[in-house]
Design a protein around this ligand. Structure first.
Ligand code: P5A
Length: 445
């Protein structure tokens, strides 16, 4: 993408309404625009990151054996009357009446609708296990929408729902989600710690939240700091292997890690003092096992092997897709701007032409741009007629992990400069070597 033809409305001034760094940088980098309290347009740069995050979520869900579908944002109130949540949900639910006087709502979550789909089409244990998920906009009329996309009213969620014949199978689905989430967050450059939590309006007695540690997080967290060193890494997971998956979950949930909702001072006191930490965290996901809460109320049953008919065992599992942009920025930035992890960056690399209009510099930039594209890498090429300082400031603000700087002086020696946004380290090399270096960094992405 050539910056001269792109739509990147960066702001020079700090927006007064933004209280936390991620909100400030998302506005300044021209990623989002607020349209009403907690409701945002996703401008091209923000939209690219959002799509990247969705892609990773999809890949890891499919890897775990879960099946994508798409349910609507608007739902009939009658489904929610069946579960009893139409009245329970309260003011957070946006209620709408259509021209025929039918009660509708903008979905805050989809347990009822997916249970309705299930009961319409599945009636035998032979069709289980089944996990369906979608990535869809939700609406919750939060009392205090704030911090930009972090606590929105309209926000994008990945929500998945498992259907299983018995409790053991449903607990395996729970564990499978936990492991697939760990991998999802790691690919985004995040350490998200599963913490025992409270289930709130979704229900059930087994639930974990995934928290990214950050000063600006909305939840108070209590943990043994050794959990922050746990990594899933490149281990080969067989998602059908119940023991292997359960072992990974055990590894990640044995050390003390709880939110204020479930915190137990007596148990916490047993953590060695040097490892006992109290901090704040951003909730980027939550998984629930709630058994037959919805299936019983809505008549979603299956015939088991022995011929009896039982309500299907369920759980639901959510990732805050749009919130993740804020969480990643909170975890990865400096005083100049965002530092995108390679996994989610909107563009893999930026090209800065120090002297637009100089024949050699223009030709070298064009050459780099095309060579990168031939490797499947879409660079953001700053071809504007601007001062070098302004170009660097824009690149630093929008946070592409790598920058190639091209100028007449370097070219006279046959070199361009490759700079890491994270470390600030630069290295001179030939344009061909620069392309090879960037291609190698993103190989396998
Ligand atoms: C699980 C999936 C549920 O709704 N039903 C379907 C279950 N869980 S949840 O914890 O309430 O939400 C899942 C994740 O969505 C994000 N989230 C939000 N993101 C931005 N703005 C909001 N107002 C908001 N509310 C929830 C969180 O990341 C949460 O973990």
């Amino acid at each position: 993408m050539r910056l001269s033809r792109y739509f990147l409305p960066v702001l020079k001034e700090n927006p007064a309404e933004a209280q936390i760094v991620s909100h400030r940088y998302m506005l300044r980098a021209g990623m989002i625009k607020q349209q009403a309290a907690g409701i945002y347009s996703w401008l091209p740069l923000g939209f690219r990151v959002l799509r990247r995050i969705e892609e990773i979520v999809h890949q890891e869900q499919v890897r775990a054996g879960h099946i994508p579908l798409l349910m609507p944002t608007l739902q009939p109130a009658d489904l929610w009357r069946e579960s009893g949540r139409y009245d329970d949900y309260g003011e957070e639910m946006l209620r709408i009446r259509d021209r025929h006087g039918r009660d509708m709502l903008y979905g805050p979550t989809n347990e009822e609708m997916i249970t309705d789909i299930f009961r319409s089409h599945v009636s035998s244990y032979k069709d289980l296990p089944l996990t369906l998920y979608h990535i869809q906009w939700k609406f919750r009329d939060e009392v205090r929408p704030r911090f930009g996309v972090m606590r929105g009213r309209e926000f994008l969620m990945k929500d998945g729902y498992n259907f299983d014949v018995d409790r053991d199978a449903a607990l395996h689905a729970y564990n499978r989600h936990m492991v697939s989430y760990l991998r999802t967050y790691e690919r985004m450059g995040l350490t998200a710690i599963p913490m025992r939590a409270a289930s709130g309006p979704i229900g059930g007695d087994n639930t974990h939240e995934f928290l990214v540690l950050a000063q600006t997080g909305e939840s108070e967290v209590f943990y043994d700091d050794r959990v922050t060193g746990l990594k899933l890494g490149a281990r080969d997971i067989d998602y059908d292997d119940r023991d292997q998956v359960a072992k990974v979950c055990e590894e990640f949930t044995t050390l003390y890690a709880r939110t204020d909702e479930t915190h137990d001072e007596a148990v916490f006191d047993q953590v060695p003092e040097a490892h006992r930490k109290v901090g704040r965290g951003i909730e980027v996901g939550q998984i629930f096992y709630f058994g037959t809460k919805y299936s019983e109320a809505m008549g979603a049953t299956v015939v088991t092997k022995d011929g009896s008919r039982v309500p299907v065992e369920m759980g639901s599992h959510g990732i805050g897709v749009s919130r993740l942009l804020g969480a990643i920025i909170e975890a990865s930035h400096d005083d100049k701007g965002i530092i995108w992890p390679e996994g989610v960056t909107p563009f893999p690399v930026g090209i800065v032409n120090l002297k637009q209009g100089d024949g050699a510099a223009d030709a070298a930039c064009e050459g780099l741009y095309k060579a990168l594209r031939a490797q499947g890498l879409e660079a953001l090429y700053d071809d504007r007629d601007e001062r070098a300082g302004a170009k660097f400031a824009t690149m630093d603000l929008i946070g592409l992990p790598w920058r190639i700087t091209v100028g007449p002086r370097g070219l006279a020696n046959g070199v361009v400069e490759v700079t890491s946004r994270r470390t600030g380290d630069s290295e001179e090399m030939s344009p061909e070597a620069a392309v090879a270096r960037i291609a190698q960094i993103y190989a396998g992405r």
